[in-house]
Design a protein around this ligand. Structure first.
Ligand code: ZN
Length: 159
């Protein structure tokens, strides 16, 4: 269940995704929020330089491992515009972060990729809980997924 008080965090993820697109990067954005509701870290994809591992969820996991206690990590929430890929889900699980809320699912991205006739990515997308069975996950969020789809299409179609 996504509480309506959480929507601003998810909107921020979509904004960060739009910023990434404006910067010539893939449109994905994420926010790490503490148990008290404080935004601890925001990031977006930074893969345009050639390092395809620079996803925001991965950056968040590594930041959290350095800056938060295990309890703080477990109580934090990661909001993200797109469901974690297996690499990021694994990083999330390894550092013991808490709940995940995503706007659009990997399944939706796969469908959108199909609509655009794009090739399959080199890493297969699994649902987060296939990678981290104990993860608490909410999403997708229909009210914002259309915006994420539009950004994704703009990235691949250039309009
Ligand atoms: Zn990822």
């Amino acid at each position: 269940m996504v509480d309506k008080e959480e929507l601003p965090y998810l909107r921020r993820c979509v904004e960060l995704a739009a910023q990434a697109l404006d910067a010539g990067d893939e449109p994905f954005g994420s926010v790490l929020v503490s148990a008290e509701g404080t935004v601890l870290l925001e990031d977006h994809n930074r893969v345009s330089g050639g390092d395809q591992t620079r996803h925001p969820e991965f950056a968040i996991a590594r930041w959290a491992a350095t800056h938060l206690t295990p309890d703080e990590r477990a109580a934090a929430t990661v909001y993200t515009s797109g469901e974690h890929c297996p690499m990021c889900a694994a990083a999330h699980g390894w550092v013991g972060l808490g709940r995940i809320v995503y706007v659009a699912s990997s399944e939706q991205f796969a469908a959108w990729r199909g609509e655009l006739g794009l090739p399959a990515p080199p890493v297969r997308a699994f649902p987060i809980r296939e990678v981290v069975p104990s993860a608490v996950v909410d999403g997708p969020l229909p009210e914002l997924a259309g915006e994420v789809r539009a950004l994704y299409r703009r990235f691949h179609l250039g309009r």
